[in-house]
Design a protein around this ligand. Structure first.
Ligand SMILES: [Zn+2]
Length: 234
């Protein structure tokens, strides 16, 4: 199956925090979007691997994703190794997406940074026909970076106002991460302390410069090209 968009995260919920609205917007418009989590988040303070997998599948269904995979790479061990790079590259080649998304390259969580770099290197390798020749090389997809904890340089924003209720619904699937019910075996983490409210405030701020109620922001490492003839005719 070919996908239009493939979104990578270190942990289930990363992609939703950064770009659930953009995912929902594109699936509703008929684009095929896939989500891939690199780890099972086995080091997370709250929730179990099984529970997180269920939550991830529920959230993917809310957003209309075609597929949600998990590469089962080690949580807190996302180093750039030959094996990790091969696994991510194989996933990109498998779906031959036109666009790939990864976490922004600066973040307070080191796994998000590691995921960012790993995906960037895998996107590069995906087009090299002499790298892993048993899996055919693909044209290099476009690569953009979404925000999880840290807000960085914003090269693109997407208006997700109409999709915002779906984003909140997808985020609330991760009950084990964002909720802290009394009596549960859970500890307070940054995610239990008003995290969804912080994401909402951030997305309001991202729309501010264009007077958009809610936007998601993305950074790119190469300039976005436009056809100026269209802009000039308006
Ligand atoms: Zn994460």
């Amino acid at each position: 199956m070919k996908l239009d968009i493939l979104v990578f995260g270190a942990h289930a919920d990363d992609a939703e925090i950064g770009m659930a609205g953009t995912i929902a917007k594109h699936t509703a418009a008929g684009f095929k979007v896939g989500m891939c989590d690199l780890t099972r988040a086995e080091m997370s303070s709250n929730g179990t691997v099984e529970l997180r997998e269920q939550e991830a599948q529920q959230a993917a269904a809310v957003l209309g994703a075609e597929v949600r995979s998990n590469l089962g790479l080690p949580d807190r061990g996302l180093y750039i190794t030959e094996g990790h790079l091969a696994a991510v590259t194989a996933e990109i080649r498998r779906y031959a997406p036109s666009m790939v998304f990864a976490p922004y390259w600066e973040d307070r969580h080191p796994d998000h940074i590691a995921c960012s770099k790993l995906v960037e290197e895998a996107v590069f390798n995906a087009k090299l026909r002499k790298y892993m020749p048993d899996k055919p090389a693909i044209p290099e997809p476009g690569l953009y970076f979404y925000f999880i904890n840290d807000l960085g340089r914003t090269d693109l924003i997407v208006d997700v106002t109409a999709q915002y209720p779906l984003k909140e619904q997808a985020l609330s699937c991760y009950r084990s991460q964002f909720g802290l019910a009394p009596g549960e075996d859970a500890v307070a983490t940054p995610l239990t302390e008003g995290y969804i409210e912080r994401v909402r405030s951030r997305d309001m701020l991202l729309g501010q410069r264009r007077l958009i109620p809610y936007a998601e922001g993305f950074a790119g490492k190469v300039p976005y090209t436009v056809d100026l003839f269209d802009a000039a005719r308006k």
